[in-house]
Design a protein around this ligand. Sequence first.
Ligand SMILES: Cc1ncc(COP(=O)(O)O)c(C=O)c1O
Length: 389
Amino acid sequence: MFESDLERVEKEGLYRSLRRIGSSQGRVITVGGREILQFCSNDYLSLANHPKIIQTVIECINKYGWGSGAARLISGSMGPHLEFEEHIAQFLDKPAGLLYSSGYLTNVGIITSLMGRKDKIFADRLCHASIIDGMRWSGAKINRFRHNDPDDLKRLIERSTGGGKLLIVSDGVFSMDGDIAPLKELAELAERYGAILMIDDAHGFGIFGPEGRGVPHHFGVCERVNIHVATLGKALGGAGGFVTGSRSFIDGLINFSRSFIFSTAPPPAQAAAGLASLELIAGTEGAIRRKRLMKSVERALRELAGMGYNTAQTKSQIIPIIIERDDLAAGFAKSLFDNHILAPLIRPPSVPKGTSRIRVSLCADHEEGDIGNLIKAFADLKSLLIDKK
Ligand SMILES: Cc1ncc(COP(=O)(O)O)c(C=O)c1O
């Protein structure tokens, strides 16, 4: 069925396949029996195997069982779903919250229910695929502004005509570049033009802002962000998505958001794990983990820059190491793997030509020696680049 498409991607060197790992997630994983130091996980605070979360899940399963039965409008909400939503709303200073099965479904479910054919969406050009899919399926008029460029956003809003709702949407921290959206400027434009402001802070939640509340709190604009989305699959170390906003907005999602209405609710233990993670990130342990993570980020950025590597505009735990020669990028990733280091290779068309990159993501459990190994591997690769010049 897909044969010719698969042949094409194979020819283009873009064929994707799954890798089996023989261990749990963590700073070191086993692949084909080899121990590999990994820099590709979004488990930024290294909570995926936290004993407190595991214990919470076991206790929750003992109490509520595993399955949730059906979609929540059919079989009802269980205690852990409601407790998570109440706590996340409180934590993010919003009246209400809603849990979805994933961040992808959260974005799709919000945008398709809120926006329609008469409406206009203004989205950063580097927004996540789930935002793009939601925009396309909503039928609204889509305008993409230049990455992190409020002036271009203003130009597009002023150029647009007709009525309908306006939605400005951006990632908080960008997943491929690690840079941060200018939320103050976006909030000002949203207010000036009467637009709804939606921020997907999947990669900022748990890391930035007081107690890890994320980028909107980091910039002090949380009350100006109408729709605050994030996921349980990254710093919270689990899986699932959530959104917070006004009570009527959340009631609207319960009534109109198809990815919420027509999908089996996450198992109650998934919500209970989210709540246990939330307690950790908001407490002393979260603060210690964030500090350790940022120390590694600072060192890696300093030493990579010292070797002349381009790490773009990153300000976060996501470090893109740009290999301008797209033809050499695959060799780079392979050499890293031969050195027992796993970091994903991102190439065009996922990113513009001439900006292939190794996307390193750092986690709280990475040790000084791990960062040292990463730096040494990149120092060795520098000679590969020089030889090919
Ligand atoms: C910015 C952003 N939003 C949403 C998602 C989707 O979240 P989830 O993995 O929970 O579906 C991701 C990542 O996968 C992401 O990077």
